[in-house]
Design a protein around this ligand. Structure first.
Ligand code: ZN
Length: 471
């Protein structure tokens, strides 16, 4: 008793000395009381210095073009060698972009997803909807610049070739660092630590890109940087009002590029609220600027309502622009379905992300939705999990719990899960038993994250054990 108390006290003091404040050992599940305070924007050099972004490496950017059915041979539309960051593989990809050596052996494979349908923002009152199907798609990928690589190739996940091209005529782009970065929200992390919740993140020296979701804003049609800077600030402030982005704001990193290049953005004559940009130009501009990006968001300097979800998020910068951005991000990051009705009768079958083709309770939505589901979710005869949400109408400033869980899964994919320690044995206290149960469940590869983002205490650390053992 005496000895364990001394050790526990020593451990406690050690933790206090490290800046970790233990205020309450009981777990409280508390909602976010206020939007987390904003971090300030850093220059690219400052962000690199502060390790908010990884050091760029030699990469090859390939621009690929595919037809409407993407079964025909693909076309290679350009190769550039630059300093940057390889594309993060798609979670549910349909194709592989490969680097091959002189003998045809695979050196590197990147799983990619391609855009099947272009989605536009929710209709304004009284508007009708005109779905738009593009005749071709463009995909820009960034691959590591491997010395033995002699060819780039595309194949389906089942191994059917879609094309193979020599790595020649590769344009060399001067390295640039023309972007600004707003780091992950450390204030939010401190709030969590202070609230008595313990945030756990993967241990080890992971690259920053693997601990964060990188959201990169680029301006289209701006005369002044000042207006774009104010808009990108407004957009990033909007996102952290929505769960799960609020709770995970300490893993969101925003970047912005003051762009003067024409990105080919235009309102479609047949559907004037659908803004489409040249996706290849957008991604190339992001790569030319040397900015990291998991998701690219084009902010269009135009007061007329509009936006789209393609391989990039696009939104106008008017009053509802920030909400359009969040809605379209739901499509691009979460692959969420529109919850407003676009089509008549849809096919019956299994759950389609946040829509259910079947009436009645959905087993997978237990605890997230009631049993009496409202009808109308993309199709007239499909069902949604809540009466409203931002995927249905922009005035709803929330994703419903079903969509939140889907988005949380995507954030976990890009940024690794953060585990909030919970009272696993339901005895009303977070203690040694919960810690032991958690260890059994997650293994020892997790650590308490420090406010600086590093590993503060390894989950397997004896000091943590003594702390939980307590009296
Ligand atoms: Zn939509």
């Amino acid at each position: 008793m005496g000895l364990s108390l001394v050790v526990a006290a020593t451990a406690l003091l050690a933790m206090l000395a490290w800046g970790y404040r233990v205020t309450d050992r009981r777990i409280r599940s508390r909602p976010l009381e206020e939007a987390p305070a904003a971090e300030s924007w850093l220059t690219a050099d400052e962000a690199l210095q502060a390790e908010k972004v990884d050091t760029p490496q030699g990469v090859i950017e390939a621009t690929l073009v595919y037809g409407p059915k993407h079964q025909d041979p693909w076309r290679l539309a350009g190769l550039r060698r630059l300093q940057g960051y390889p594309t993060f593989p798609a979670k549910d990809g349909s194709h592989l972009v490969l680097l091959l050596d002189a003998s045809g052996a695979k050196l590197y494979g990147l799983k990619v997803g391609i855009v099947e349908a272009i989605l536009d923002p929710p209709p304004l009152e009284g508007e009708t909807i005109v779905p738009y199907n593009p005749s071709e798609g463009r995909l820009v990928v960034v691959l590591p610049d491997l010395t033995q690589a002699t060819e780039v190739a595309v194949e389906t996940m089942s191994g059917e070739s879609r094309g193979r091209w020599p790595l020649e005529k590769v344009a060399v782009v001067e390295p640039a660092k023309d972007f600004e970065t707003k780091g992950a929200n450390q204030v939010r992390l401190e709030q969590l630590l202070r609230s008595g919740e313990v945030v756990l993140a993967p241990a080890g020296a992971l690259p920053v890109a693997e601990q964060t979701v990188d959201l990169t804003f680029i301006g289209a049609g701006y005369d002044t940087d000042q207006q774009f800077q104010s808009d990108s600030q407004r957009f990033s402030n909007e996102l952290v009002k929505y769960e799960p982005f609020a709770s995970r704001s300490y893993q969101l990193v925003f970047h912005r590029i003051n762009n003067q290049i024409d990105l080919g953005c235009q309102y479609l004559p047949a559907n004037p609220r659908l803004i489409l940009c040249d996706e290849a130009k957008v991604w190339q501009a992001v790569n030319s600027a040397g900015a990291p990006a998991d998701v690219v968001v084009v902010i269009v300097n135009n007061p007329n309502y509009g936006g789209s979800a393609t391989s990039v998020v696009t939104a106008y910068n008017g009053q509802q622009g920030p909400a359009v951005f969040v809605h379209e991000l739901g499509h691009v990051l979460g692959h969420l379905v529109d919850e407003y009705v676009i089509f008549g009768q849809g096919p019956l079958g299994g759950i389609q992300r946040n829509c259910s083709p079947q009436p009645g309770p959905v087993a997978a939505w237990e605890g997230l939705a009631g049993s009496d589901l409202p009808q109308g979710c993309l199709y007239q005869n499909w069902y949604r999990s809540t009466a409203s949400s931002i995927m249905r109408e922009l005035k709803a400033v929330y994703f419903n719990p079903v969509s939140q869980r889907i988005l949380e899964g995507e954030i976990n994919y890009y940024a690794r899960p953060a585990i909030t320690m919970v009272d696993l044995d339901h005895d009303g206290d977070m203690d040694f038993i919960d810690w032991r149960l958690m260890l059994n469940h997650f293994g020892t590869e997790y650590c308490l994250m420090s406010v600086a983002g590093g590993c503060l205490v390894d989950l397997n650390d004896w000091r943590l054990m003594w702390w939980f053992w307590g009296e």
